[in-house]
Design a protein around this ligand. Structure first.
Ligand code: PBG
Length: 328
Protein backbone atom coordinates (compact mmCIF):
# COMPACT_ATOMS: atom_id res chain seq x y z
CA UNK A 1 0.00 0.00 0.00
CA UNK A 2 1.42 3.36 -1.01
CA UNK A 3 1.49 5.78 1.90
CA UNK A 4 3.73 8.82 2.29
CA UNK A 5 2.95 9.70 5.84
CA UNK A 6 3.21 7.03 8.48
CA UNK A 7 2.97 8.67 11.90
CA UNK A 8 3.59 5.33 13.56
CA UNK A 9 7.19 5.33 12.30
CA UNK A 10 8.09 7.74 15.09
CA UNK A 11 6.42 5.50 17.67
CA UNK A 12 8.22 2.28 16.84
CA UNK A 13 10.44 2.06 19.90
CA UNK A 14 11.43 3.97 23.02
CA UNK A 15 14.49 5.55 21.38
CA UNK A 16 12.56 7.16 18.56
CA UNK A 17 9.74 8.13 20.91
CA UNK A 18 12.30 9.87 23.12
CA UNK A 19 13.78 11.72 20.17
CA UNK A 20 10.46 12.93 18.87
CA UNK A 21 9.07 13.92 22.26
CA UNK A 22 7.72 17.48 22.32
CA UNK A 23 7.42 18.09 26.04
CA UNK A 24 10.16 17.43 28.53
CA UNK A 25 9.81 17.53 32.27
CA UNK A 26 12.60 18.38 34.61
CA UNK A 27 12.82 18.47 38.38
CA UNK A 28 14.31 21.93 37.95
CA UNK A 29 10.90 23.29 36.95
CA UNK A 30 9.05 22.00 40.02
CA UNK A 31 8.06 23.91 43.14
CA UNK A 32 6.79 22.14 46.24
CA UNK A 33 4.24 23.95 48.49
CA UNK A 34 4.72 23.54 52.25
CA UNK A 35 2.79 24.59 55.34
CA UNK A 36 4.56 25.94 58.38
CA UNK A 37 2.65 26.44 61.61
CA UNK A 38 3.62 28.58 64.55
CA UNK A 39 4.79 26.44 67.46
CA UNK A 40 7.38 23.76 68.00
CA UNK A 41 7.80 20.03 67.54
CA UNK A 42 4.98 19.85 65.00
CA UNK A 43 4.76 17.25 62.25
CA UNK A 44 1.09 16.54 61.63
CA UNK A 45 -0.50 15.07 58.57
CA UNK A 46 -3.09 17.41 57.04
CA UNK A 47 -6.41 15.52 57.07
CA UNK A 48 -7.61 16.98 53.77
CA UNK A 49 -4.24 16.45 52.05
CA UNK A 50 -3.03 12.88 52.36
CA UNK A 51 0.74 12.66 52.91
CA UNK A 52 1.17 16.47 53.26
CA UNK A 53 2.15 17.83 56.65
CA UNK A 54 2.10 20.81 58.92
CA UNK A 55 5.54 21.54 60.24
CA UNK A 56 6.77 24.07 62.75
CA UNK A 57 9.88 26.14 62.04
CA UNK A 58 12.02 23.78 64.14
CA UNK A 59 10.92 20.61 62.29
CA UNK A 60 10.61 21.83 58.73
CA UNK A 61 14.22 21.01 57.89
CA UNK A 62 13.44 17.28 58.26
CA UNK A 63 11.07 17.65 55.32
CA UNK A 64 13.51 19.81 53.38
CA UNK A 65 16.17 17.13 53.74
CA UNK A 66 13.84 14.55 52.17
CA UNK A 67 13.04 16.93 49.34
CA UNK A 68 16.64 17.74 48.56
CA UNK A 69 17.40 14.01 48.50
CA UNK A 70 14.98 13.50 45.61
CA UNK A 71 16.27 16.55 43.78
CA UNK A 72 13.61 19.17 44.55
CA UNK A 73 15.14 22.44 45.70
CA UNK A 74 12.39 25.04 45.32
CA UNK A 75 9.59 25.52 47.81
CA UNK A 76 6.56 27.75 48.26
CA UNK A 77 5.89 28.48 51.93
CA UNK A 78 2.50 29.10 53.54
CA UNK A 79 2.23 30.24 57.14
CA UNK A 80 -0.36 29.37 59.74
CA UNK A 81 -0.23 31.73 62.71
CA UNK A 82 -1.17 31.03 66.32
CA UNK A 83 -3.06 34.29 66.47
CA UNK A 84 -5.49 35.72 63.92
CA UNK A 85 -7.06 39.18 64.00
CA UNK A 86 -9.11 41.53 61.81
CA UNK A 87 -6.12 42.82 59.86
CA UNK A 88 -3.91 39.74 59.91
CA UNK A 89 -1.12 41.36 61.87
CA UNK A 90 0.75 38.06 62.42
CA UNK A 91 1.61 38.09 58.72
CA UNK A 92 4.45 40.58 59.00
CA UNK A 93 5.91 39.65 62.40
CA UNK A 94 9.62 39.09 62.36
CA UNK A 95 9.17 35.96 64.49
CA UNK A 96 6.20 34.66 62.49
CA UNK A 97 6.07 31.04 61.33
CA UNK A 98 7.17 31.77 57.76
CA UNK A 99 9.91 34.19 58.81
CA UNK A 100 11.34 31.71 61.34
CA UNK A 101 11.10 28.81 58.91
CA UNK A 102 13.01 30.68 56.22
CA UNK A 103 15.81 31.43 58.66
CA UNK A 104 16.02 27.76 59.68
CA UNK A 105 15.99 26.56 56.09
CA UNK A 106 18.58 29.07 54.93
CA UNK A 107 20.86 28.14 57.84
CA UNK A 108 20.75 24.43 57.03
CA UNK A 109 20.02 24.33 53.31
CA UNK A 110 21.25 27.54 51.72
CA UNK A 111 20.77 26.02 48.26
CA UNK A 112 17.02 25.69 48.74
CA UNK A 113 15.13 28.45 46.96
CA UNK A 114 12.44 29.83 49.26
CA UNK A 115 9.38 31.47 47.76
CA UNK A 116 6.74 32.83 50.10
CA UNK A 117 3.03 33.11 49.48
CA UNK A 118 1.96 36.66 50.34
CA UNK A 119 -1.68 36.90 51.37
CA UNK A 120 -3.76 37.82 54.40
CA UNK A 121 -6.35 35.03 54.44
CA UNK A 122 -4.35 32.67 56.67
CA UNK A 123 -3.87 35.54 59.13
CA UNK A 124 -7.24 37.28 59.28
CA UNK A 125 -9.92 36.21 61.76
CA UNK A 126 -12.56 36.46 58.99
CA UNK A 127 -10.49 34.52 56.44
CA UNK A 128 -10.64 37.11 53.67
CA UNK A 129 -7.51 38.03 51.73
CA UNK A 130 -7.38 41.62 53.03
CA UNK A 131 -8.86 44.27 55.28
CA UNK A 132 -12.66 44.29 55.28
CA UNK A 133 -14.87 47.03 53.89
CA UNK A 134 -18.60 47.22 53.28
CA UNK A 135 -18.83 47.79 49.57
CA UNK A 136 -16.57 45.18 48.01
CA UNK A 137 -15.80 42.86 50.97
CA UNK A 138 -12.11 43.77 50.96
CA UNK A 139 -10.62 47.26 50.91
CA UNK A 140 -8.19 47.03 48.02
CA UNK A 141 -5.88 49.95 48.72
CA UNK A 142 -5.63 49.49 52.48
CA UNK A 143 -4.72 45.87 51.87
CA UNK A 144 -1.87 46.85 49.55
CA UNK A 145 0.07 48.39 52.42
CA UNK A 146 -0.23 45.24 54.50
CA UNK A 147 0.80 43.00 51.62
CA UNK A 148 3.86 45.14 50.98
CA UNK A 149 4.78 45.01 54.66
CA UNK A 150 4.36 41.25 54.70
CA UNK A 151 6.44 40.74 51.57
CA UNK A 152 9.19 42.89 53.02
CA UNK A 153 9.27 40.95 56.26
CA UNK A 154 9.61 37.68 54.32
CA UNK A 155 12.51 39.12 52.38
CA UNK A 156 14.13 40.45 55.57
CA UNK A 157 14.03 36.88 56.84
CA UNK A 158 15.78 35.63 53.70
CA UNK A 159 13.03 34.78 51.18
CA UNK A 160 14.38 34.50 47.63
CA UNK A 161 11.11 35.41 45.92
CA UNK A 162 7.64 36.56 46.96
CA UNK A 163 4.36 35.42 45.45
CA UNK A 164 1.29 37.56 46.11
CA UNK A 165 -1.89 35.44 45.91
CA UNK A 166 -4.47 37.92 47.22
CA UNK A 167 -5.73 39.24 43.85
CA UNK A 168 -5.89 42.89 44.92
CA UNK A 169 -5.39 45.38 42.08
CA UNK A 170 -1.98 47.01 42.13
CA UNK A 171 -0.32 44.61 44.56
CA UNK A 172 2.60 43.78 42.30
CA UNK A 173 3.54 47.44 41.95
CA UNK A 174 3.04 48.09 45.68
CA UNK A 175 5.30 45.18 46.58
CA UNK A 176 7.87 46.07 43.91
CA UNK A 177 8.11 49.61 45.27
CA UNK A 178 8.45 48.42 48.86
CA UNK A 179 11.19 45.94 47.96
CA UNK A 180 13.08 48.45 45.82
CA UNK A 181 12.88 51.13 48.50
CA UNK A 182 14.95 48.89 50.77
CA UNK A 183 17.40 47.85 48.09
CA UNK A 184 15.86 44.45 47.28
CA UNK A 185 15.84 45.16 43.56
CA UNK A 186 17.11 41.62 42.86
CA UNK A 187 14.18 39.82 44.52
CA UNK A 188 11.68 38.63 41.90
CA UNK A 189 7.90 38.66 42.23
CA UNK A 190 5.86 35.70 41.05
CA UNK A 191 2.33 37.03 40.64
CA UNK A 192 -0.70 34.81 41.02
CA UNK A 193 -2.05 36.68 38.01
CA UNK A 194 -4.97 34.63 36.77
CA UNK A 195 -6.29 33.16 39.98
CA UNK A 196 -9.85 31.91 39.72
CA UNK A 197 -12.51 31.77 42.44
CA UNK A 198 -12.27 28.01 42.44
CA UNK A 199 -13.77 25.15 44.42
CA UNK A 200 -10.45 23.36 44.00
CA UNK A 201 -8.95 25.29 46.94
CA UNK A 202 -11.16 23.46 49.46
CA UNK A 203 -8.54 21.14 50.98
CA UNK A 204 -6.03 24.01 51.24
CA UNK A 205 -8.50 26.11 53.20
CA UNK A 206 -8.95 23.25 55.65
CA UNK A 207 -5.18 22.93 55.89
CA UNK A 208 -4.64 26.65 56.44
CA UNK A 209 -7.85 27.37 58.36
CA UNK A 210 -8.42 30.14 55.84
CA UNK A 211 -11.96 29.59 54.57
CA UNK A 212 -13.85 32.92 54.66
CA UNK A 213 -16.18 33.06 57.67
CA UNK A 214 -18.80 34.83 55.54
CA UNK A 215 -19.33 35.36 51.84
CA UNK A 216 -16.78 34.19 49.30
CA UNK A 217 -13.80 35.44 47.33
CA UNK A 218 -15.62 36.37 44.14
CA UNK A 219 -15.11 40.12 44.56
CA UNK A 220 -11.37 39.61 44.15
CA UNK A 221 -10.68 36.22 42.55
CA UNK A 222 -11.64 35.65 38.92
CA UNK A 223 -14.95 34.43 37.54
CA UNK A 224 -14.49 30.86 36.29
CA UNK A 225 -16.35 31.70 33.08
CA UNK A 226 -13.76 34.21 31.89
CA UNK A 227 -10.83 33.78 29.57
CA UNK A 228 -9.98 37.24 28.20
CA UNK A 229 -9.96 38.62 31.71
CA UNK A 230 -7.09 36.27 32.55
CA UNK A 231 -5.03 37.85 29.79
CA UNK A 232 -5.92 41.30 31.08
CA UNK A 233 -4.77 40.32 34.57
CA UNK A 234 -1.52 38.97 33.15
CA UNK A 235 -0.94 42.12 31.10
CA UNK A 236 -1.43 44.37 34.10
CA UNK A 237 0.87 42.30 36.32
CA UNK A 238 3.53 42.46 33.61
CA UNK A 239 3.17 46.24 33.46
CA UNK A 240 3.45 46.45 37.25
CA UNK A 241 6.74 44.61 37.16
CA UNK A 242 5.94 40.93 37.75
CA UNK A 243 8.85 38.62 36.94
CA UNK A 244 6.84 35.40 36.67
CA UNK A 245 3.10 35.14 36.06
CA UNK A 246 0.87 32.32 37.19
CA UNK A 247 -2.35 30.59 36.26
CA UNK A 248 -4.24 28.83 39.03
CA UNK A 249 -5.72 26.20 39.27
CA UNK A 250 -4.08 24.19 36.50
CA UNK A 251 -6.03 21.22 35.26
CA UNK A 252 -9.36 22.88 34.58
CA UNK A 253 -7.56 25.91 33.15
CA UNK A 254 -5.27 24.39 30.53
CA UNK A 255 -6.85 26.67 27.93
CA UNK A 256 -5.78 29.68 29.98
CA UNK A 257 -2.27 28.28 30.43
CA UNK A 258 -1.99 27.79 26.70
CA UNK A 259 -3.19 31.29 25.88
CA UNK A 260 -1.06 32.87 28.56
CA UNK A 261 2.00 31.06 27.20
CA UNK A 262 1.34 32.54 23.77
CA UNK A 263 0.80 35.98 25.23
CA UNK A 264 3.70 36.64 27.58
CA UNK A 265 7.44 36.41 27.30
CA UNK A 266 7.77 35.95 31.06
CA UNK A 267 8.15 32.52 32.59
CA UNK A 268 4.71 31.06 33.17
CA UNK A 269 3.88 29.11 36.31
CA UNK A 270 0.88 26.87 36.82
CA UNK A 271 -0.36 25.87 40.27
CA UNK A 272 -1.86 22.41 40.49
CA UNK A 273 -3.86 23.12 43.62
CA UNK A 274 -4.96 21.16 46.66
CA UNK A 275 -8.26 19.94 45.19
CA UNK A 276 -6.50 18.57 42.13
CA UNK A 277 -4.09 16.70 44.38
CA UNK A 278 -6.84 15.44 46.68
CA UNK A 279 -8.94 14.14 43.78
CA UNK A 280 -6.06 12.14 42.35
CA UNK A 281 -5.16 10.72 45.74
CA UNK A 282 -8.78 9.79 46.50
CA UNK A 283 -9.24 8.09 43.13
CA UNK A 284 -5.96 6.21 43.54
CA UNK A 285 -6.87 5.10 47.05
CA UNK A 286 -10.15 3.75 45.76
CA UNK A 287 -8.16 1.83 43.15
CA UNK A 288 -9.98 3.58 40.35
CA UNK A 289 -6.89 4.81 38.53
CA UNK A 290 -3.19 3.99 38.27
CA UNK A 291 -1.73 6.58 40.66
CA UNK A 292 1.70 6.96 39.07
CA UNK A 293 0.38 7.22 35.55
CA UNK A 294 -2.27 9.77 36.50
CA UNK A 295 0.27 11.92 38.35
CA UNK A 296 2.63 11.75 35.38
CA UNK A 297 -0.01 12.41 32.76
CA UNK A 298 -1.40 15.36 34.70
CA UNK A 299 2.01 16.97 35.07
CA UNK A 300 2.85 16.41 31.41
CA UNK A 301 -0.44 17.96 30.31
CA UNK A 302 0.27 21.16 32.22
CA UNK A 303 3.71 21.55 30.66
CA UNK A 304 2.36 20.59 27.25
CA UNK A 305 -0.22 23.37 27.55
CA UNK A 306 2.66 25.83 27.90
CA UNK A 307 3.63 26.13 31.56
CA UNK A 308 7.33 26.59 32.28
CA UNK A 309 7.02 26.01 36.01
CA UNK A 310 4.74 23.67 37.94
CA UNK A 311 3.80 24.17 41.57
CA UNK A 312 2.52 20.84 42.85
CA UNK A 313 2.01 18.79 46.01
CA UNK A 314 3.07 15.83 43.85
CA UNK A 315 6.57 17.25 43.27
CA UNK A 316 8.29 14.36 45.08
CA UNK A 317 6.29 11.74 43.17
CA UNK A 318 7.03 13.47 39.86
CA UNK A 319 10.73 13.51 40.73
CA UNK A 320 10.56 9.75 41.34
CA UNK A 321 8.72 9.17 38.05
CA UNK A 322 11.44 11.13 36.25
CA UNK A 323 14.14 9.07 37.99
CA UNK A 324 12.35 5.85 37.00
CA UNK A 325 12.13 7.01 33.40
CA UNK A 326 8.34 6.87 33.43
CA UNK A 327 7.99 10.47 32.31
CA UNK A 328 10.46 12.92 30.96
C1 PBG B 1 -4.13 32.21 49.62
C2 PBG B 1 -3.96 31.02 48.76
C3 PBG B 1 -4.87 29.99 48.49
C4 PBG B 1 -4.19 29.06 47.74
C5 PBG B 1 -2.92 29.54 47.52
N1 PBG B 1 -2.81 30.77 48.15
C6 PBG B 1 -6.25 29.79 48.95
C7 PBG B 1 -7.35 30.64 48.51
O1 PBG B 1 -7.20 31.53 47.68
O2 PBG B 1 -8.43 30.44 49.09
C8 PBG B 1 -4.75 27.74 47.27
C9 PBG B 1 -3.76 26.66 47.07
C10 PBG B 1 -4.32 25.30 46.98
O3 PBG B 1 -5.54 25.06 46.93
O4 PBG B 1 -3.49 24.38 46.94
N2 PBG B 1 -4.98 33.17 49.13
Amino acid sequence: MEMLCRSRRLRTNEAIRELSRETRISKQSLIYPMFVREGSGIKEEIPSLYNQYHYSPDTICEAIEELVKVGITKILLFGIPAHKDEIGSSAWQDDGAVQQAIREIKKNFPQVYCITDVCMCEYTSHGHCGVLCETTTVDNDKTLELLAKTALSHVHAGADMVAPSDMMDGRVLAIRKALDSEGYTHIPIMAYSAKYASAFYGPFRDAAGSAPSFGDRRSYQMDIHNRKEALKEIDSDVLEGADIVMVKPALSYLDIIYQASQRTNLPLAAYSVSGEYAMIEAAAKADLVDRDRIIGETAVSIFRAGADILITYHAKEIARLIDQGKIG
